[in-house]
Design a protein around this ligand. Sequence first.
Ligand code: MN
Length: 394
Amino acid sequence: MIQRKGFGMRHIAVLGSTGSIGTQTLDVIRHDTEIKVDVLAAYGNVELIKKQALEFKPHTVCLYDRDRAKELKDQFDREGFECTVLSGEEGLKEAASMEGTELVVVAVVGMIGIAPTIAAINASKDIALANKETLVCAGHIIMPLVKEKAVRLLPVDSEHSAIFQCLAGESHESVSKLILTASGGPFRGYTREMLKSVSLEDALKHPNWSMGKKITVDSATMVNKGLEVMEAHWLFDVDYKDIEVLVQPESIIHSMVLFRDGAVKAQLGVPDMRVPIEYALYAPERVSIDENTMPDFERFSSITLQKPDMEVFEGLKLGIEAGIKGGSMPTVYNAANEEAVKLFLEGKIRFTDITESVKAAMSAHRYIASPGLEEISKIERDARKFVKGRFDID
Ligand code: MN
């Protein structure tokens, strides 16, 4: 059991509870008698969310998929389990802003995470953010709102958590550069030619991290790093020219900060999402359900750092371009990628078609400087349609 002081009973909502980050978050919470799960939400996994609900006894559960939500509600009714069941986007927003909840873990995948995050901030909840799309597409809306509502925005991503940890006790003025590390994915060292013939199976074999399918593919294209550069820009208020990416194939250095005086701080550790999840839940305290695991430093004769090959991995190059352009461009980048990855996972397009599609969508896009939520949704739909159109898929 987790032993800690000073928090008292905390009430938490976990959005995306059936995914990789969600289940690992619940693993931590399971060991903490001073965290009460008020709300669980997921896309449509009835079986798993039901199991989680029976264990954690939230007062509210939400499934985005309406038919699945109804199925769940019927099962709860039959079995006499008392729990409010919400559904759809409205349900997700309601689930994110329930009275009494202090912290909302946003671990849903994709752009459906944006609206509930905004709802939660508006309701003055602290946010543990694992959803990348929120800041990528709506950073210009989220960050001023975070300031206005004076809530905490805690990163749940190994790189951003690393930077967040390096920045503890430091002033914004003393930061010179953020150095985001990347594993380089399964195709590190490949040429463009070699990438043309890689299979879905190859793309799903990440060398160091065990994650969901979408992010594993994003890691292979390095689109993931493009998204993370944009997130870092918003989270830490640092210009794009001061954010660098270095490939660190062993995934031991999770990211670094260069300070004005030339000092570099890095956060190291075994590649395990448990650490960023726990830091988001307990920062600035360090609390863990595991015995501290020291990386096997002796196994590495050296730790490698190299510049990424942006000509081969255009996913990263396009991401930085989208970030610098700002406005609606990051949404196009992200939505085109989401759609292309979906088609790739369905076996309908090739690996290299993913970044080709993103590139084409970005050049076809008519830029908007500061899109609102409605516009972001429309830009998303258009970008998805554009990508499907490229392959004659409806
Ligand atoms: Mn990451």
